[in-house]
Design a protein around this ligand. Structure first.
Ligand code: GDP
Ligand code: MG
Length: 163
């Protein structure tokens, strides 16, 4: 079976944009099981000569606020457990938020399979935010723009090293 890669991080960092870029039209399966897995999406992804199953964790926009944190955590933990590699996405333009720091605490417990990814750095905008990411204790971030397709060679390199 191909390796499983999970995209994790707080809402709005660009997880689904990256998923769509790597999976394109090869969307294999939509799991609309009610509950925490409601908006989980899986697809066959390609990056260079790498092929893998990509999992997008998400869709908490319409969860009620009281349960949002727990749902986000449960969905993320399940995805992490099932994944061979986790792409932990932060928004370099927004900098590190308290929610990012919460996620980082979780990801550090799975540091061996976590790749820190700083998104939204097209045209080198948001590069200042990259320095803050070192505080997360997850190593050097891979800088990308999911929307504009920048940094995909570095992402390839990081995944290749983990497979
Ligand atoms: P998710 O909630 O983590 O899945 O984030 P989305 O993929 O839905 O993206 C959230 C917002 O960030 C959308 O408005 C995207 O267009 C925007 N976005 C995603 N990737 C980039 C990027 O590389 N650069 C910029 N400037 N915006 C991006
Ligand atoms: Mg999303």
């Amino acid at each position: 079976a191909p390796p499983v890669v999970a995209i994790v991080g707080r809402p709005n960092v660009g997880k689904s944009t990256l998923f769509n870029r790597l999976v394109g039209k090869r969307l294999a399966l939509v799991d609309d099981t009610p509950g925490v897995t409601r908006d989980r999406r899986e697809g066959d992804a390609k990056l260079g000569d790498l092929t893998f199953t990509l999992v997008d964790t998400a869709g908490l926009e319409d969860a009620d606020a009281s349960s949002l944190e727990g749902r986000m955590r449960a969905q993320t933990e399940r995805a992490i457990d099932e994944a061979d590699v986790c792409l932990f996405i932060i928004d370099a333009r927004a900098g590190i938020t308290p929610t990012d720091a919460e996620f980082a605490n979780l990801m550090r417990r799975h540091g061996d399979k976590t790749v820190l990814v700083a998104n939204k750095v097209e045209g080198r905008k948001g590069m200042d935010g990259l320095y803050e990411t070192y505080e997360l204790g997850l190593g050097e971030p891979v800088a990308i723009s999911a929307e504009h397709g920048e940094g995909m060679a570095d992402l390839f390199q990081a995944l290749d090293e983990h497979f």
